[in-house]
Ligand binder design. Structure first.
Ligand SMILES: *Cc1c(COP(=O)(O)O)cnc(C)c1O
Length: 418
């Protein structure tokens, strides 16, 4: 690959998504080489006005009457995500609660749907909240957790997963894109293998939604959850989404019996009788202001198109890896993501014994990655607003830090948030 800066510039000049960058606050103005959109996406420029509209028109003037439209927001934004981002059908996605809570609800529902089976399979290197929730649900139900090992750089080997499946397994919880390495799982293949073993797969799409094409319908996926504040740019703490395949909805009951899951909510009936469709997975009053921001972010991603976003994400990743090989590996950095771009999501992870010090030095020099244990610098390449030249400049500064040893002056002690 041509490693000249002019090559990166020519890739930007030919980028069909280039205009989307201008629709995000700060991009091109704050001087930051922001490579953490997989942790907190940038803010769409339309978001403040959209929230102001919800506040000033719908809340201040419309008052309680605005519930006539707010009541449909969880399914309206869900449908937008279903069609524009997830490759699911209308009526299969609901927005609300957090990824952690949605994971809990669907995991319990799925385990209930597989009576007589007492094992939950999860991945030993999955995101902490996923593993903790699996452990908590298993402990409460007297189930056993079977943690399958995964290579921290290459992700889960499908053969290892297959070997862990038997007639005791009720549910498999897995991330489509591994948070540490960016390793991408084969949704369709894993779903098929698990179904053959009689188990349900509950996917976590947090690092995948908005970054890789997720054809949930074609993959035959049963259940999924995911964040909207990463590649979907819904803002800090934005409500999550959950997906349940239409044919399964009636069979499943989630464990938090709230009135937003009720069939005729305002009948104020004496007993819980869950709604027939996706709304049965709701619980309580949704965060309307936050939902407004999710709608803006999801609409932008849908407009850009996940196929185009994924193609650009792969190309950004290839440039990152090529520059890392040429410039950083000689300084003791190692690639900690799959080398094959077809096996990666939209971030690239690099390992170095002083990764935390390097992260701090980079932030001070206008490059914003993040640090993940044990010794990784994660470079999030959100394709909707990241330019090829941003990658080039960030990697040049990375090389400079390593060459001068500038990172050595930073504390080795981690801060509360990394
Ligand atoms: C970011 C992320 C989460 C976050 O869950 P919250 O409930 O929003 O805190 C969960 N799981 C995975 C895989 C993630 O990447």
């Amino acid at each position: 690959m041509d490693l000249d800066r002019t090559h990166a510039q020519s890739l930007d000049a030919a980028d069909p998504l280039a205009a989307f960058r201008g629709r995000f606050a700060g991009a091109g103005e704050d001087g930051l080489l922001y490579l953490d959109g997989n942790s907190l996406g940038r803010m769409p420029r339309e978001t403040p006005a959209a929230i102001a509209r919800t506040v000033e028109e719908e809340w201040a003037r419309g008052l309680v009457g605005s519930w006539a439209s707010w009541i449909g927001a969880a399914t309206r934004v869900g449908d937008l995500l279903a069609e524009g981002v997830l490759g699911a059908r209308p009526g299969e996605v609901l927005v609300g609660d957090s990824t952690s809570v949605d994971l809990y609800k669907l995991l319990v529902a799925a385990a209930d749907a597989r009576p007589g089976r007492d094992v939950v399979v999860c991945c030993a290197d999955d995101f902490p909240t996923d593993r903790y929730i699996v452990a908590g649900v298993a402990a409460a139900r007297g189930m056993t957790v079977r943690e399958v090992p995964a290579d921290v750089d290459e992700g889960l080997d499908p053969a290892v997963l297959s070997a862990a499946l038997d007639e005791r397994v009720a549910v498999v919880v897995l991330s489509a894109v591994a948070y540490r390495s960016g390793a991408l799982a084969d949704l369709a293949a894993v779903t098929r293998t698990a179904r053959d073993a009689g188990a349900l797969v509950l996917w976590d799409l947090s690092h995948a939604a908005g970054a890789v094409p997720l054809d949930l319908a074609a993959a035959g996926a049963d259940l999924a959850v995911g964040c909207t504040y990463k590649y979907l740019n819904g803002g800090p703490g934005a409500p999550a989404f959950l997906y349940v395949r239409r044919e399964l909805q009636q069979q499943l009951r989630q464990p938090i019996w709230g009135w937003f899951g009720q069939r005729d909510q305002f009948a104020m009936g004496p007993v819980y009788d869950p709604a027939p469709g996706i709304e049965r997975f709701g619980v309580g009053t949704p965060p309307v202001l936050a939902m407004t921001a999710v709608e803006v972010g999801a609409a932008l991603v849908a407009e850009a198109g996940v196929q185009r976003l994924a193609a650009k994400g792969r190309a950004l990743g290839e440039l990152t890896v090529a520059l890392a090989d040429a410039w950083l590996v000689p300084h003791g950095v190692a690639l900690a993501s799959p080398r094959d771009p077809a096996r990666r999501g939209s971030h690239v992870t690099l390992a170095h014994p002083q990764a935390w010090q390097l992260t701090q030095a980079l932030v001070d020099r206008g490059v914003v990655p993040d640090f993940r244990t044990p010794d990784r610098v994660r470079l999030g390449l959100a394709p909707i607003y990241t330019r090829f030249v941003d990658v080039w400049d960030a990697m040049a500064r990375f090389r400079e830090v390593l060459a001068t040893g500038a990172h050595e002056r930073y504390p080795t002690e981690r801060t509360r948030v990394t």
